[in-house]
Design a protein around this ligand. Structure first.
Ligand code: F3S
Length: 700
């Protein structure tokens, strides 16, 4: 959808370096090559579109099989002192190389691609001072767990200070960047720092960053970018924490790495953290299945060369005493480069000989792309992985799969025990000859002498792509080129019907549900058929059977699905608006929640309050985003009212707008509506969308 929006802006090419990564749609089933081939077949039209549009608009395209986005970014694009935005929540991963990475919605990405300034409410900065050095089985994953618990304690303090702010989904913690500093930083290698930054997304922070260190320089050199390391050294005052910076942080947390022990997190949330020494006791006290059914190493968090090297070293030890994994193992290399390197070094062969299945270099089970046999039986079972998320059903769709996340080396040790009631730091396994066996401390080189090339799936942008035809079939059900929205016309907000008065909690998933709709994210017309289908309509509160996802068609007097009524109004030329409750569209920044009402003829959303990103998304798509001056006015809006917003054409920042409500019996009442439009945002509305405005400025 981001690309489709960019195309609709009519710009010749992207204004800043941009890449697209196809890593989310490869289903883990048979292993590497077969799975990638299947994906290419199944999603051919989507991949063809991405490939042709990339060439047309000067974008680099990392095709299916090239690797996981954040690993590719680390290997090719991240550099100390840079800023990168990505349409994936783990974009802070780039902080491992000293680059500020921030996850954004598609509309934000399109703004940047179009050369518009990208805005963010200025975050506070939390300084995390590291001292000491990780010991034993503790790893960057253990470090992340400690970070979690420290951050949770910090968040708890916020909660005590302001219950209200916590209720608006922990906003106080969200608007924070975590900056690591202190002597302990020097003991971490680059991919370990990236893992910690990656996992910062799990505490909801805006981003996370490490300073430039010798390890950063070593990683840059190994990935053929010594010149960047040299430049960073020459300007080191710009890419390390400021002298005396502790006084300038909004809060400071101290972590002594010596004191950290490995953690296992789960099930069902990465927040539920168990120190390894207590895990066995926690398992005994729970009803979680003790036997492990699957072990998985991979994801953007833990699939580096060093991770796989640690895994194979443990596998070698176990093989040497005749042990075999007790459960199936799935292993993913983070990129084609890593995959080619471990293949060159014979590591791949050894892992496969030990019984592991190598998956394609993609997200796979981490994002639910796992055709797991028997998952549909919904049997309770436990899996252990080095992934970063373990929400209900996330890997295999089975809500009874108890997923535990930890480091790659602990996953490997557990694969040989087959039992969660095991502590590799002190417990032994029994070899076929009856001898006790204990794994030695995990170890590995952080980097290979050189990476193998392995970038065969990358398509660079041509020098001139202006003649490339973007491949979108007019009969496609998954893709549809966007038509620019019409510019604002005088009186556009006069006499609007009220499509729906949303009641209570309304997240992005209430406005544009996911699940089977995932396939239509590139087809605005088709995906618009899910508009508000999970939202509660206050006008139908007395009919619980239809109150969710339905609306009263004021023309026919019937009750229909909300998108159907919207289509009817659009066809009849009836302007309409949505009435929203508090924090309307909390949750994700998915731009479909703003695009769909606009596409179906909506003019305004008037709410008690908005989630910030959605309010901006509405503005960007040319919809009027307004709030009641008094939240109680929400109660006074009736199903058959007609609403006019007066003076929109002359609106000014900070000045409220007049709302006139006409009842069916002819009575009229008026009140005020607030808005947050800034001077530069009013032209978005008048042009029909932010992209229309960008385009008009270019053509001037
Ligand atoms: Fe992919 Fe999982 Fe990372 S979905 S981007 S591997 S969090």
């Amino acid at each position: 959808m981001a690309l489709l929006q960019f195309i609709s802006a009519g710009l010749p090419k992207v204004a800043i370096p941009t890449t697209i990564h196809s890593d989310h749609l490869i289903v883990a089933e048979h292993g590497d090559e077969a799975d990638v081939m299947n994906a290419k077949e199944q999603h051919r039209e989507v991949y063809d579109f991405l490939s042709s549009a990339s060439r047309r608009y000067g974008i680099g395209y990392w095709k299916a099989g090239s690797g996981i986005i954040h690993t590719i970014i680390l290997e090719n694009y991240a550099f100390p002192g840079g800023l990168i935005i990505g349409t994936d929540s783990h974009s802070p991963n780039a902080g491992g190389l000293g680059m500020l990475g921030i996850g954004v919605g598609g509309s934000d990405a399109v703004d940047a691609m179009a050369g518009m300034p990208w805005e963010l409410q200025c975050p506070k900065v939390i300084g995390v001072c590291l001292t000491g050095r990780l010991q034993g089985w503790a790893s960057s994953k253990g470090d992340s767990s400690a970070l979690h618990s420290r951050c949770r304690r910090f968040a708890d303090r916020c909660r005590h200070h302001s219950e209200a702010c916590w209720h608006t989904h922990c906003i106080r913690w969200q608007w924070r960047i975590i900056e690591f500093h202190g002597p302990g930083v020097q003991t971490l290698n680059a991919t370990a720092m990236a893992t910690v930054c990656n996992m910062s997304a799990e505490v909801g922070s805006t981003s996370c960053i490490f300073p430039f260190t010798d390890a950063t320089a070593r990683y840059l050199a190994a990935t053929d970018r010594s010149f960047i390391a040299d430049a960073a050294r020459q300007n080191s005052n710009l890419v390390i924490a400021d002298e005396g910076s502790e006084q300038h942080y909004d809060d400071v947390i101290h972590i002594d790495l010596d004191t950290l022990e490995p953690h296992i997190n789960g099930p069902f949330t990465p927040d539920l953290s168990h120190p390894l020494s207590r895990f066995s006791a926690d398992i005994s006290q729970s009803s979680w299945p003790q036997q492990i059914s699957q072990a998985m190493v991979g994801s953007c968090t833990n699939s580096s060369y060093e991770d796989l090297k640690k895994v194979v070293n443990l596998v070698r030890e176990a093989e040497a005493v005749g042990l075999k994994p007790k459960v199936p193992m799935l292993i993913t290399a983070g990129s084609e480069k890593i995959q080619a390197t471990v293949a060159r070094e014979g590591i791949l062969r050894e892992l496969e000989a030990a019984g592991a299945t190598m998956l394609g270099t993609s997200c796979g089970p981490c994002v639910g792309q796992w055709n797991r046999a028997g998952a549909d039986k919904h049997e309770p079972n436990s899996v252990i992985s080095s992934y970063n998320r373990n929400f209900v059903g996330r890997h295999d769709g089975n809500p009874a799969t108890h997923s535990f996340v930890t480091s790659p080396e602990i996953v490997t040790a557990f694969a040989y025990s087959g039992d969660l009631n095991f502590n590799p730091t002190c417990d032994t396994l029994t070899t076929p000859s009856g001898q006790p066996f204990r794994f030695s401390l995990p170890h590995a080189e952080e980097l290979p002498l050189s990476f193998a090339k392995g970038d065969t799936h990358y398509q660079g942008p041509p020098r001139d792509g202006s003649s490339v035809v973007v491949m979108v079939s007019p009969t496609s059900e998954r893709l549809q080129l966007l038509q620019p929205f019409a510019a604002w016309t005088q009186g556009n907000a006069d006499d609007m019907a009220v499509l729906v008065k949303v009641r209570g909690k309304c997240t992005t998933d209430h406005i544009s549900p996911a699940g089977p709709w995932y396939n239509y994210r590139g087809h605005l017309e088709n995906i618009s058929n899910n508009l508000l289908t999970a939202a509660e309509n206050d006008f139908l509160a007395s009919s619980p059977r239809v109150s969710r996802g339905h609306a009263i068609d004021q023309v026919a007097g019937t009750v229909e699905s909300i998108p159907q009524v919207a289509k009817t109004y659009k066809k009849a030329g009836i302007r309409w608006c949505i009435i929203g409750d508090t924090n309307y569209n909390e949750g994700s920044s998915r731009e479909h929640a703003a695009l769909e009402p606009r596409f179906l003829g909506g003019v305004a959303v008037i709410a008690r309050s908005f989630a910030r990103i959605h309010e901006t998304n509405l503005k960007k798509q040319g919809m009027l985003a307004l709030t009641f001056s008094d939240a109680k006015l929400y109660d006074d809006i009736g199903a058959d009212d007609r609403i006019s917003v007066l003076g929109v054409e002359d609106m000014e920042p900070g000045a409220p707008l007049r709302m006139r409500v006409k009842k069916r019996d002819g009575k009229v009442w008026e009140s005020w509506l607030e808005h947050t439009y800034q001077e530069g945002q009013v032209p978005w509305l008048m042009s029909g969308s932010a992209l229309n405005y960008v385009k008009s400025q270019r053509l001037r």
